[in-house]
Design a binder for this molecule. Structure first.
Ligand SMILES: NC(=O)C1=CN([C@@H]2O[C@H](COP(=O)(O)OP(=O)(O)OC[C@H]3O[C@@H](n4cnc5c(N)ncnc54)[C@H](O)[C@@H]3O)[C@@H](O)[C@H]2O)C=CC1
Ligand SMILES: NCC(=O)COP(=O)(O)O
Length: 347
């Protein structure tokens, strides 16, 4: 951070065929957007122009030649712009998953992470990427988070947090086929997912987060008659967490657990829910606030955030994409980048 304690936040345009570039143009047109961060946008100049044209916005930026230069700026009312050359306009067909777009996203994100490793970037906020395009373009992992973790040398537990205001969720399994989710459940992973979200919420400003753990089977397994994962795996994990002093309750049936977080009295409400698989949390969070949700890439040494929605190929290029989730993702990146010099690693 600079002398004013303002974090350097790197922004990226996301998948060139999706809504990312137009969202970033909208984001950077918000009044006061540079108040809490020394922003550097990293992207291909033609794509940035394209995003502004779709959003019908013209955003002034200050050209920089490297990420290192960003922190040395004494004035950061204008976002810095670091031009890269990762993809040509004639390689992109809007609203299609393409290898060139995926490879471009990987290249830009790697560059931002390199900056973070050198201490030049305090947080990264990326516009939506497309996992299928990235896999075609060279992503070796099931998702970008596994790539980030490997690239940044993470050895502890990591998982996505999906957040909606002060309610955060963590996951025991993520971007895998649903038929494999049961096999991913283990006492250790549940303990790690709970500890990680507890510590991350604390690090981002919630003093005493209360954590609820979801069951896996319908009605929490109905006493073992409808699946034994609760009895054999989840309850022992909750017991272990409580024995080590973590304020964790559960397992609670997954179809009502979010009501405890949404409707509970302010002193009894849960701020975090540990979910057992991707859609268990995402359906609830997206129903509660689709246009506000943020994904925080949990357990990394640099805060990385992104809107919870994706590339929205069905509306890309129309200039109608809602910017609020991107705005929230940016705000969380500013908050975490400003607060954490060394965010919680693993569990
Ligand atoms: N932040 C990120 O990088 C994320 C990336 N993804 C990726 O995006 C790709 C597409 O995923 P889908 O499941 O189709 O979800 P999606 O979020 O891209 O689209 C689902 C529906 O929501 C609408 N929608 C999404 N964002 C919107 C916005 N800002 N304003 C208005 N409407 C919006 C779309 O038009 C579509 O009808 C996948 O490859 C997925 O992995 C998914 C979630 C987050
Ligand atoms: N790219 C971030 C991302 O995909 C997170 O969203 P989700 O798939 O975890 O819902």
């Amino acid at each position: 951070m600079n002398e004013k304690n303002v974090p350097v936040v790197a922004l990226t345009l996301g998948d060139a065929a999706g809504i990312g570039p137009e969202l970033i143009a909208r984001l950077l047109s918000q009044p006061g957007i540079t108040k809490d961060a020394n922003i550097v946008l990293v992207g291909d100049p033609w794509l940035w122009q394209d995003g502004q044209a779709i959003a019908k916005q013209s955003v002034a930026t200050q050209a920089v030649n490297s990420l290192a230069e960003v922190r040395t700026r004494t004035e950061y009312k204008l976002p810095a712009f670091l031009a890269v050359d990762t993809i040509r306009a004639d390689q992109v067909q809007r609203s299609q998953a393409q290898a060139a777009c995926g490879a471009s996203v990987l290249q830009v994100l790697n560059l931002c992470m390199d900056g973070a490793k050198r201490g030049e970037v305090d947080a990264i906020c990326f516009a939506p990427l497309n996992k299928f395009a990235m896999k075609q373009g060279g992503l070796k992992h099931e998702d970008e988070l596994h790539h980030f973790a490997e690239y940044l040398g993470v050895t502890g537990y990591f998982c996505e947090f999906n957040t909606l205001g002060d309610l955060w969720t963590s996951r025991v399994s993520s971007h895998i086929p649903l038929k494999d989710a049961a096999a991913m459940l283990s006492r250790e992973r549940i303990v790690d997912a709970a500890r990680l979200i507890y510590r991350s919420l604390q690090a981002s400003g919630t003093a005493e987060p209360r954590v609820a753990v979801a069951a896996f089977n319908p009605h929490g397994g109905d006493g073992g008659s409808c699946g034994r994962e609760e009895i054999d795996i989840i309850e022992p994990a909750v017991k272990e967490l409580r024995a080590s002093g973590f304020p964790v309750d559960g397992p609670f049936p997954a179809d009502t657990i979010f009501l405890k977080a949404r409707d509970g009295h302010k002193d009894s409400r849960y701020q975090a829910i540990v979910t057992m698989y991707h859609d268990q949390g995402q359906i609830a969070i997206k129903l509660m606030g689709f246009s506000k949700g943020v994904t925080v890439q949990g357990g990394l040494p640099v805060p990385i955030t992104t809107p919870a929605h994706g590339t929205a190929f069905d509306i890309a290029g129309q200039g109608i994409a809602d910017v609020n989730a991107t705005l929230n993702a940016f705000r969380i990146a500013c908050r975490m980048g400003g607060r954490l010099s060394a965010p919680p690693q693993g569990a």
